[in-house]
Design a protein around this ligand. Structure first.
Ligand code: A2P
Length: 290
């Protein structure tokens, strides 16, 4: 649970953490504190989730209850699409996030989505914030290879992380390969396919074989694939269960079996939202967000 990956700037990031998407302030405070009490060191939130205050309160409570220090944790948050822009804009957004989180630095600051009109300018602003010292690493989220290439052409600092939807039915092979060739680590959001992968028959068969839950099988598979994982649960028992993946391992054949479940498309959204549909709502939304 405390195992780390060394990012391309030398900073160590826990390979496993809690995500709090679709969780209100009150619930995220409880989930975060429960996770920290039970050994989670990675916490992942975003402006867009509307729960940075609750997440911050959960961090404070979790640290008090566990006796850990702020520096033991690795806190990620993300720049909101609607707050992208020049340095003044992004720096104001970031300071408000720090205030809501009740922190004086974050470990990782990600650009949440590549909004076409502003992502290059916003990334430069993030580079400057990073140099100013309140962010230990910067990265991006939901970047396909075309946008990542554009970013790398312009960037002075290679993003440390690209956080993508990654789960048994959406394995993003091309993005993973490209990012790894540039020392950009992949973090999985919705590692359980938003819950959909939990009832996959192949995963269910493996769960019986190993005597584990389907969630544990999937999370262990992600671990063995060297993907950083942030998994969401709002239930204490599941938060604990999800972290108990270190006393068994999947055989190489079983890892392969899960690899074969890839359908090359997002688990959560409709066809419209697939990367490779240039006219789809997903492509439109990142082109037109303002
Ligand atoms: P809940 O918060 O009610 O526990 P993903 O991370 O892929 O988006 O999936 C998150 C979903 O999976 C959430 O709806 C969460 O529900 C559910 N979930 C997380 N862990 C488990 C688990 N161990 N067993 C069953 N459902 C889980």
């Amino acid at each position: 649970l405390h195992s780390t990956i060394t990012l391309n700037n030398g900073v160590k990031m826990p390979r496993f953490g809690l995500g709090v998407w679709k969780t209100d302030n009150h619930t995220s405070r409880d989930s975060v504190a429960t996770a920290i009490r039970n050994g989670y060191l990675g916490i992942d939130t975003a402006r867009q989730y509307g729960n940075e205050q609750g997440t911050g309160a959960g961090i404070k409570l979790g640290l008090e209850q566990s006796g850990l220090k702020r520096s033991d944790l690795f806190v990620t948050t993300k720049l909101y699409n609607g707050e992208q822009g020049d340095y003044d804009q992004v720096s104001r957004a970031f300071e408000n996030q720090l205030k809501d989180l009740g922190l004086d630095y974050v470990d990782l600051y990600l650009m949440h989505w590549p909004v076409d009109k502003t992502y290059l300018e916003s990334y430069h602003a993030m580079e400057r914030l990073y140099r100013e010292g309140k962010i230990r690493a910067i990265g991006v989220s939901n970047f396909d290879n075309d946008r990542m290439k554009n970013l790398l052409d312009e960037a002075e600092i290679v993003p440390a992380v690209n956080q993508m939807e990654f789960n048994p039915t959406n394995q993003e092979h091309e993005i993973l390969e490209f990012d790894r060739s540039h020392k950009i680590e992949m973090t999985a959001w919705s590692p359980l396919g938003g819950g959909a992968s939990l009832t996959n028959p192949v995963i269910e068969t493996l769960a019986k074989k190993y005597g584990r839950s389907t969630a544990q099988i999937i999370l262990r598979w992600e671990w063995q694939r060297n993907i950083i994982t942030v998994v969401k649960s709002t239930h204490g028992k599941r938060i604990i269960q999800n972290s108990q993946i270190f006393n068994f391992s999947l055989s190489a054949e079983d890892v392969q079996q899960i690899n074969k479940l890839d359908q090359g498309k997002r688990a959560l959204w409709y066809d419209d939202f697939q990367w490779h549909n240039p006219k789809g709502a997903f492509a439109n939304s990142i082109a037109q967000w303002s």
